[in-house]
Design a protein. Structure first.
Ligand SMILES: Cc1cc2nc3c(=O)[nH]c(=O)nc-3n(C[C@H](O)[C@H](O)[C@H](O)COP(=O)(O)OP(=O)(O)OC[C@H]3O[C@@H](n4cnc5c(N)ncnc54)[C@H](O)[C@@H]3O)c2cc1C
Ligand SMILES: [Zn+2]
Lengths: 109, 414
């Protein structure tokens, strides 16, 4: 059972209290974008076996969206952070580097 | 290869079963093959089999990082049906279902195909309309299904509670020639036939890199050394994203855990497969007597082959309401498999941006039923460069918006 810490209300929420929102930091494309850009925004995913960044919503709690950094092969949680950012905070990246030296995910490492 | 037959059993019975030969060889990898298939699940093995059988291509290796059928092929609940909504789905799933009918004879290996009938319950007005629409579509596609009323449901499945408090059974989509098969036997039967054609089925051989020259694939790196090939077919289900990454492109899919469980064995009580998609549970009885139960998928990316516990509770709760007599059954085992799910819930059988490399993936929660049809079409795609069964399932359909949208047709797609 996955337990994530909601950075807004401070609750350690069980996954039944949460709603998974898919890959984080996806670049959104709007009118005038190419087919390939829309495809990458809507459908193409990193799907890593290892370090991953996701959006989650504390649906049956405070209702807020937030981000989580997780390992998909061990379910270890590296940390959660605010939704109001376009990249993982340095502190989370450092935590991951300590546990998974050499990790990379899209343009982040 | 010595053929299996009633006579062979009698002969071996008389000499203490000393004459059985190994079902397939375990050769060392050669330095090069015409075609390498990565992944010895059902789809990879079926692809290799039809490459040999239909196109005479037998200089083939099937590389498997674990053991034969140890992925989703050996972990699924074995439901076989072809009552899909879209024409391209009906074509490939019905091709597969019809090949299952004769697979045991074709492979000389008993895959225990049991066309006992698959019933998908309608428990809301919306579902009634949806399944009636599917039944009409199936009539046009030449897939034999019908929409039946609650009395007929009760007649076919006496243990069902048709007037449950929350979701009474209002009818069902019934496919009489759907059913189940022995999943391991499908993998083993194909492996034996491939080995018999001289192909190399190589277990404990993990592909760790894909080698290319310019835009063209030229081989793979493995934990047992580099192996060259002219063409590469990647058929690794949940790990497709990793293999695509090795080749330098991304795929429109995500990997999640789907789980199943079985009960202690009980006397025969249900001889059809029942799927209840609104309450989300499905169940059949194995030949050993265990009730085989399919659960839900996790909502997040996951490679742990376990699945979250709360899904078991939800599934079992739904099934106890539908089949009150199972309320005291003990559950024996639970497990998970990593399924690769696409945006339109349909598979990908496709060329890739890398010349000579093909992918067969995205079968998600429901690809066991498709194994022979998928192998048939994918072998053609690899051998000839295009295949009528696969054309619509290109990985590039997402760019063009040409979805094969089965997610609207059924909430669950096992
Ligand atoms: C719990 C559960 C229930 C299901 N129920 C049904 C059902 O009732 N009906 C139905 O039709 N479908 C069902 N499915 C779906 C079905 O099991 C799959 O769609 C199907 O088995 C996929 O077969 P495959 O050959 O593509 O993949 P797999 O059988 O998973 O084979 C892929 C193989 O690739 C290997 N591999 C991965 N990476 C590498 C590498 N780097 N190098 C070498 N080898 C590698 C893996 O070890 C694996 O053996 C279910 C799935 C699950 C998990
Ligand atoms: Zn909260």
């Amino acid at each position: 059972m996955l337990i994530l810490h909601c950075p807004y209300c401070g609750v350690d929420a069980d996954e039944t209290e949460l709603h998974a929102g898919g890959e984080a930091h996806v670049k959104r494309y709007g009118p005038g974008s190419s087919d390939a850009e829309f495809e990458s925004y809507l459908f193409v995913r990193e799907n890593p076996k290892g370090v991953h960044f996701e959006r989650w919503r504390h649906a049956n709690g405070c209702g807020k969206w937030f981000h989580a950094a997780r390992c998909t092969s061990t379910l270890e949680v590296f940390g959660t952070y605010s939704a109001q950012t376009t990249e993982p905070p340095q502190e989370i990246k450092d935590k991951i580097s300590a546990k998974r030296p050499g990790w990379s995910w899209r343009e982040f490492a | 290869m010595k053929r299996y037959s009633a006579f062979a059993i009698a002969r071996e019975g008389l000499r203490q079963h000393t004459g059985w030969e190994r079902a397939w060889a375990s050769p060392e990898p050669k330095s090069s093959y015409d075609v390498i298939i990565v992944g010895a699940g059902g789809h990879g093995l079926a692809t290799a089999y039809y490459l040999g059988k239909n196109f005479g291509i037998t200089n083939v290796a099937i590389l498997e990082k674990g053991w034969l059928g140890g992925g989703n092929t050996g972990r699924n609940t074995t439901i076989i049906r072809s009552n899909y909504l879209q024409d391209s789905s009906a074509a490939i799933y019905e091709k597969a279902r019809s090949l299952y009918e004769t697979m045991s004879q074709d492979l000389n290996y008993n895959v225990m195909f049991s066309p006992r009938g698959v019933m998908m319950l309608a428990q809301t007005q919306h579902e009634i309309r949806g399944y009636q629409r599917t039944a009409h579509a199936n009539a046009l596609q030449g897939v034999s299904t019908e929409f039946i009323g609650p009395e007929q449901v009760k007649k076919l499945v006496p243990i069902i509670n048709i007037d449950g408090p929350r979701y009474p059974v209002l009818g069902a989509l019934w496919q009489p020639r759907g059913g189940t098969a022995r999943h391991d036997a499908v993998a083993w039967g194909y492996a034996r036939a491939c080995s018999d054609m001289g192909m190399h089925v190589i277990q404990k051989c993990e592909v760790t890199g894909i080698r290319r020259e310019g835009d063209k694939v030229v081989g793979v790196d493995t934990n047992r050394g580099a192996i060259d090939c002219n063409k590469l077919g990647v058929v690794v289900a949940g790990h497709s994203g990793q293999l695509a990454d090795m080749a330098g492109f991304r795929l429109p899919l995500e990997s999640v855990a789907l789980q199943a469980l079985v009960s202690e064995p009980i006397k025969p009580c249900m001889d059809v497969v029942v799927m209840a998609n609104t309450v989300h549970g499905y169940m059949s009885q194995s030949d050993k007597g265990e009730m085989v139960i399919g659960g839900g998928t996790d909502s997040f990316n996951n490679f742990t082959q376990r699945g979250s516990f709360h899904h078991i509770e939800e599934t079992v709760r739904a099934l106890v309401e539908t089949f009150p007599m199972i309320s005291r059954l003990k559950m024996l085992r639970q497990w998970g498999g990593i399924v690769d799910v696409t945006g339109d819930r349909s598979p990908i059988l496709s060329k890739t941006p890398v010349d000579g490399m093909f992918v067969n993936c995205g079968w998600g929660t429901g690809g066991f039923k498709a194994i022979p049809g998928s192998g048939w079409g994918f072998a053609e795609l690899i051998a000839k460069g295009d295949s009528p069964l696969c054309d619509e399932f290109s990985m590039f359909r997402f760019r063009e918006g040409k979805f094969i949208d089965e997610s609207v047709a059924a909430g669950v797609a096992h």
